[in-house]
Design a protein around this ligand. Structure first.
Ligand code: AMP
Length: 464
């Protein structure tokens, strides 16, 4: 994110029903596109958003739409739709519908997702009842329109998401047909990552005096940064971290955690494992921070454990590695984090420790950066199975020492079987090499699911 917004959700004019849902989602601060769009959208203005997935754009439009619906509560008429969201793919449509359900969980709104590839009957029934929010792909929506299952003459707000992707998929003509059926008086939201001529033309025809919000994500990761992801249970992350930090090539490293408390805990664990580490975060005094940074720069403390916000001011050359101990909530932070290494023409590597709960965040990062991060399979010949690690061992263990394999002494020699002690990938490369898609991971499932961040419970279906 270019600007780390200090705005809070409470500053944006959102009602408590939504603030409560956001708290439940665990969101604390709005992303820049949210901070910039929400107040404008609450005023009823049209919006042109230049933003891509990973920036938080779904909440940027879903929250004001839900607020608009609940500020003027009325039952949608049978066969009609109060808010229409058009998305290019089934997966994206399912995610958007899921987001509306999550943010609208205390608002009692009727949401349906209507996409191709599934039977028409149940979708017809959902439409017949009338909907607050319909998320649809253009082709299937047109089918229902031509069968008279849905009418859009009472629609108050329309969103066109990923418009440039719509163009790639040949949806511009269907979209124009759909827009022609909407009432003239309506609010229009238009999102696109890029603005090819045809898309700019469509935006020009659709929007009236729009506010333009552009978030230019630092979506490109430096090619010199070698990226690897380790699929690992959360309880085993600390041991894996110790293992990674003990690799000879890993010298000056920043370890990122999501919370201040997490940063402290990780630093304590490393110290107990005789790896010199300091935590920096907002609860440390200026003095403590400066001391930690000095020893990091000077080399006496090679590992700095930081939160995203604390790391913002750090400018240290010669960082060989970045470890994402936890994935960031906002995909763009990943790009900022790993950009701490491979500076000034040097090479660098970024290791990401991803547990099952974090897979959707990984997918959001892969979508944003438009690349797959190769998964490293630690269970290769020579890798020590993680089953030796203690489950959920507290930092420092009961007697103030780390337990199990991450033991208090650096593992120098080789284990009894004569194989290297650590789970280094063969030839020190990611298991799948280079930047190719990582299909094998711990769960044997594909690492990517075409950007489907959450399990699409009702992909292709509907729910009320
Ligand atoms: P989007 O760009 O809408 O696809 O969102 C990208 C990811 O960021 C999703 O996993 C969202 O759940 C998450 N997200 C959106 N807004 C916030 C926020 N304010 N704080 C933390 N995470 C967020």
């Amino acid at each position: 994110m270019k600007v780390e917004s200090l705005t809070q959700f409470t500053d944006l004019g959102l009602v408590e029903t939504l603030l409560r849902a956001l708290r439940e989602e665990g969101y604390t601060t709005p992303t820049p596109i949210q901070a910039q769009s929400i107040p404008t959208l609450l005023q009823g203005r049209d919006l042109l958003g230049i933003a891509q997935t990973g920036t938080g754009k779904t909440a940027a439009f879903a929250l004001p739409i839900i607020q608009r619906l609940i500020a003027n509560p009325r039952r949608p008429e049978p066969g009609s739709v109060r808010a229409l969201v058009l998305a290019p793919t089934r997966e994206l449509a399912a995610q958007i519908a899921e987001s509306f359900r999550a943010y609208g969980r205390f608002a009692r709104i009727q949401v349906a997702c209507i996409v191709g590839g599934v039977s028409l009957g149940p979708q017809r029934q959902a439409l017949a009842r009338g909907l607050d929010v319909l998320v649809a792909t253009p082709g299937r929506l047109l089918d229902h329109m031509s069968n008279g299952a849905v009418r859009l003459d009472r629609t108050e707000v329309v969103v066109l998401d990923e418009a440039d992707h719509m163009l790639d998929l040949g949806f511009v003509v269907p979209i124009r047909k759909i827009l022609a059926k909407l009432p003239k008086e309506r609010q229009n939201l238009f999102f696109s990552a890029t603005m090819p001529k045809e898309i700019a033309g469509l935006a020009g025809d659709m929007l009236r005096n729009p506010v333009q919000v552009s978030v230019t994500p630092v979506a490109t990761t430096a090619e010199r940064i070698r990226q690897e992801v380790y699929h690992v249970e959360s309880t085993r992350k600390r041991d894996l971290l110790v293992e990674l930090l003990r690799r000879p090539e890993v010298k000056r490293t920043i370890v990122f955690t999501r919370t201040k408390r997490g940063a402290d805990k990780v630093a304590q664990y490393l110290t107990a494992a005789e790896i010199s580490a300091a935590a920096i975060h907002g609860n440390k005094s200026q003095n403590q921070r400066e001391r930690a940074l000095d020893s990091f720069r000077g080399g006496s403390c090679p590992v700095l454990v930081a939160t995203d916000i604390a790391a913002r001011g750090i400018d240290v050359d010669g960082v060989t590695h970045v470890v994402n101990f936890e994935l960031p909530d906002v995909a763009e932070s990943y790009v900022h984090r790993i950009g701490r290494t491979a500076r000034a023409g040097a090479d660098g590597a970024a290791f990401t420790l991803c547990d099952d709960e974090e897979r959707h965040l990984l997918r959001a990062i892969e979508k944003l950066t438009r690349q797959s991060i190769p998964a490293t399979d630690r269970r290769q010949p020579g890798a020590r199975p993680l089953s030796e690690a203690p489950r959920g061992a507290a930092p420092g263990g009961r007697n103030g020492k780390p337990q199990g394999r991450g033991g208090a002494k650096p593992a120098q020699g080789k284990p009894a079987n004569g194989k290297p002690a650590h789970g280094r990938p063969a030839q020190g490369k990611p298991a799948h090499g280079g930047q190719r898609p990582a299909h094998a991971n711990a769960g044997g499932r594909p690492a990517r699911n075409d950007g489907n961040r959450r399990p699409a419970r009702e992909a292709g279906g509907f729910s009320r």
